[in-house]
Design a protein. Structure first.
Length: 500
């Protein structure tokens, strides 16, 4: 790809970007949210028409009219948000548009056999006749990857493929990637996980603000230097971003807790648990995928209804039947899947920001356009949402900026408890640091926060105390002091007390 340019509404998303990909290599594209990574990929696959520049595949100039044409040309992409059909079976999703037929009829036995073979390549064994919506996000991601591989592509693009996978599933995927690399496939790898990038990538290309910063062999680019190039400013050390913040604000226990759950539970979702969250306290939830972290949060917010136990807000026992009840008590929830559960992609940034506040007022008391503009401009500046355009559809923003819009919506309601489910998943190191600092500052100002993250280092860095879940049970509640380490958390999650 040479001199690639792409603009949206006069704003350049890509400005004279060059990128090259060789057979039998894994090439990582790194950069902050909004750097142009996904736009470059969508230009390559024909999802966006190119404004200027040249694309060559196997030495011949190409310009695909869309992703389907790109797949036929040997270029297949797997995006961070799973783009499959949840109402169809696993087998149907893998073969959709390419079903084996005889006399015009789909050969369903062949479809299922083909799906089993495709999933076996990524070491997944599941019932391929099951509806995709019944599978976990991690399994859906692996199905998406299996489908891409089944197309027999020469170029495989993995855009945040590990964001919903646990460590074992990541290793499983990387084993597949290495085998494909050995066969000569060219693989583009986009991720915000530095460890994974350095483990799997042969070369790294860095983008910043839609421009090419440079390309380096992975072994020649130290992590600190990589982050500096991504952010466009010098960092003293990587540890400056990784160290645990100890300058925590004081947790107020002189007044009633913001939330107090007693034997709260839901059959089939999470076993009864006790949990107290004080004003100014940040409680981290740690556990493996499927351990019950999200289920616990949904009970507190009323997204699911508890069938056992009691819940009190500010010392008063309440029955939370719906999220509306929780919001009236100043409880806010940013869900894990911001695309399907958090944002309205077709609405503008402004409309998404004022959504919760307007819902609280009721639709008979509309917020004036002038006030909407004032609120949107305030939070766009406060959270540095880019581009700073309140009229831009939120679906066109990068993942990190979408996360900021979701945060702005709830911060506008001035919540007493902010529940954050994987708020830094799939966003770059710069945006991640901004979100972490914002969360800590909110706690310092007295807000209570329930923080869910698959990254144990992040949980320890931010939390006053850590609640550990295993197999949908709360198994431990730990004060976050020097004795609590990532290793000790891993052993607690695993149910072992020693390294053995």
């Amino acid at each position: 790809m040479t001199g690639i340019e792409k603009a949206f509404a006069g704003v350049k998303a890509l400005d004279a970007v060059d990128f090259r990909l060789l057979p039998g290599e894994v090439h990582a594209i790194m950069g902050e949210n909004g750097a142009g990574k996904s736009t470059l990929i969508k230009v390559l696959t024909g999802a966006y028409p190119i404004d200027r520049g040249r694309i060559e595949l196997r030495g011949e100039r190409v310009q695909f009219a869309g992703p389907l044409e790109a797949q036929r040309g040997g270029v297949s992409a797997v995006y961070q948000e799973v783009n499959l059909c949840p109402n169809l079976s696993v087998a149907e999703n893998i073969s959709i548009g390419r079903e084996p037929r005889q006399f015009g009829r789909i050969q369903w036995r062949a479809v299922r056999r083909r799906a089993v073979e495709a999933l076996a390549r990524v070491n997944v064994s599941i019932d391929v006749s099951a509806q995709l919506s019944t599978c976990s996000i991690a399994i859906q991601q692996m199905v998406s990857i299996a489908r891409a591989m089944d197309i027999s592509a020469d170029v495989l693009i993995l855009d945040e493929p590990t964001s919903s996978l646990d460590q074992d599933e990541v290793e499983q995927l990387f084993g597949v990637v290495r085998r494909l690399k050995e066969r000569g496939m060219a693989i583009v790898f986009i991720s915000h996980f530095l460890d994974q990038t350095y483990e799997i990538a042969d070369r790294i290309t860095v983008l910043r603000n839609g421009r090419l910063v440079g390309e380096w062999p992975t072994r020649d680019l130290p992590r600190v230097e990589l982050i500096s190039k991504m952010l466009g400013r010098e960092l003293k050390t990587l540890e400056a971003l990784e160290q645990r913040t100890k300058e925590a604000g004081a947790v107020s226990e002189t007044i009633a807790p913001v939330v107090e759950a007693t034997s709260l539970g839901r059959k089939g979702a999470i076993a009864p648990f006790d949990l107290t969250i004080q004003h100014g306290e940040l409680v981290g939830l740690a556990g493996l995928l499927g351990s019950g972290r999200t289920e616990l949060a949904r009970l507190l917010f009323g997204a699911d209804r508890a069938d056992t136990g009691q819940l009190a807000f500010d010392g008063r026992e309440v029955t939370v039947r719906t999220p509306r009840t929780a919001t009236t008590h100043k409880i806010a929830f940013c869900p894990e899947n911001r695309r399907t559960q958090g944002l309205c992609e077709e609405l503008t940034v402004r409309e998404n920001i004022i959504l919760a506040l307007q819902a609280g007022y009721g639709w008979t008391r509309p917020i004036s356009h002038k006030r909407q503009d004032e609120l949107a401009d305030k939070w766009i500046k406060a959270l540095d949402i880019r581009p700073a355009d309140p009229d831009r559809p939120v679906g066109t923003l990068s993942g990190g900026n979408q996360q900021k819009v979701l945060l702005a919506r709830w911060l506008l309601t001035q919540p007493k408890l902010l529940i954050l489910d994987e708020p830094t998943r799939g966003i770059d190191v710069g945006a991640k640091t901004e979100v972490q600092r914002l969360v800590r500052s909110l706690c310092d100002e007295g807000m209570a926060v329930l923080f869910i993250s698959a990254e144990l280092e992040e949980v320890l860095r931010l939390s006053h105390k850590v609640v550990v879940l295993r197999d949908r049970h709360v198994v431990a509640e730990l004060e976050n002091d020097e004795d609590v380490t990532v290793d000790s958390l891993v052993h607690t999650i695993a149910g072992s007390d020693t390294a053995a």
